[in-house]
Ligand binder design. Structure first.
Ligand code: ZN
Length: 309
């Protein structure tokens, strides 16, 4: 489900599964679209998106959550001017000590929160008519707090109503496996869960363990300096015959409201210019690269309910 409506999963093509156009870290109490001018953001972001299109990318999954600068109309305009498929999301981001959580969410039940997210799927986001293409949540780095358990439960219930994939800012393995346990208790299969920022976990056996359960391992912080580390993580999963569970991206961008010209904008090219050439040099086949960039994203982001059998 793109910002312009549904496309067939096999039309997604080369896909970056975790990037940003704009992020505002001001916090849920203060955030307002008055802080940025869409024309100005478009002017800054367009050259990077055009470069990306030139590198062969066709689908761009924008992971900025609500209360952090999610802006469906901005994404729609950029999709229009670049021809890229762009996806946005529903959900709340609990990482960062809940600074990005709207106050009412602390008092509401998991079902009430799930209803709010499902409503965006049914009727579109904030009157824009744009539907979310996935659920984005975020949790802390240690054991899940009660509030974060509630967010994960809400995500599971939203998944069962909508079929949207759950992308969770997670990092380390402890919260990753605790989330998979909650999903299990709710009847949601691990195939519906993207372990986001899995590169932060240094015990690579945990990648293998989660991938064997069926979860997606999102290695999503690729840049010009660290791509050799990514090769090692990808190769570890390949050696365990789990290349079909790997998702790759840069977590790059983005326009910073309040900073001159949007501040430092990181481009989206290292995967294409550094990592893929290294994979080829290390004897990854074209089929394997196609799996990583095309097949896996299409499989992960197809809207369908994934229940435990
Ligand atoms: Zn991100």
């Amino acid at each position: 489900m793109t910002v312009n409506g549904p496309v067939d999963a096999d039309e997604m093509g080369v896909t970056l599964i975790h990037e940003h156009i704009l992020v505002d870290f001001i916090g849920a109490d203060s955030i307002s679209e008055i802080q940025w001018n869409n024309g100005e953001v478009e002017r800054v972001a367009l050259p990077y998106l055009r470069q990306l299109k030139g590198l062969g990318c066709q689908t761009f999954i924008e992971c900025t959550p609500s209360y952090l600068g999610r802006d469906p109309l901005l994404l729609k305009a950029l999709s229009h001017s670049t021809g890229l498929n762009i996806l946005t999301n529903t959900g709340y981001y609990g990482a960062g000590d809940n600074k990005f959580i709207p106050r009412f969410a602390f008092d509401e039940t998991a079902d009430q929160i799930a209803d709010r997210w499902s409503e965006e799927w049914t009727n579109g986001i904030e009157g824009s008519g744009v539907k979310p293409g996935f659920i984005k949540i975020g949790v802390g780095t240690e054991n899940l707090s009660e509030f974060h358990k509630k967010l994960v439960t809400a995500a599971a219930r939203t998944h069962l109503k909508t079929g949207l994939t759950i992308v969770s800012h997670t990092g380390l393995s402890t919260p990753a496996f605790e989330q998979l346990e909650i999903l299990h208790a709710e009847g949601v299969a691990p195939e519906a869960f993207v372990w986001t920022h899995a590169q932060n976990e240094k015990d690579l056996n945990t990648h293998v363990k989660a991938a064997r359960l069926g979860a997606w391992i999102s290695l999503d912080g690729i840049n010009d300096d660290n791509y050799e580390d990514y090769f090692k993580m990808i190769n570890n999963l390949k050696e365990n015959k789990l290349l079909n569970r790997v998702l790759l991206s840069h977590d790059a961008g983005w326009y910073h409201p309040g900073e001159k010209d949007g501040g430092n904008f990181r481009g989206y090219s290292a995967l294409f210019e550094k990592l893929i050439p290294l994979l080829r040099k290390e004897k990854f086949t074209e089929n394997e690269i196609h799996q990583l960039l095309v097949v896996n994203p299409a499989e992960a982001f197809t809207v369908r309910v994934r229940k435990i059998n």
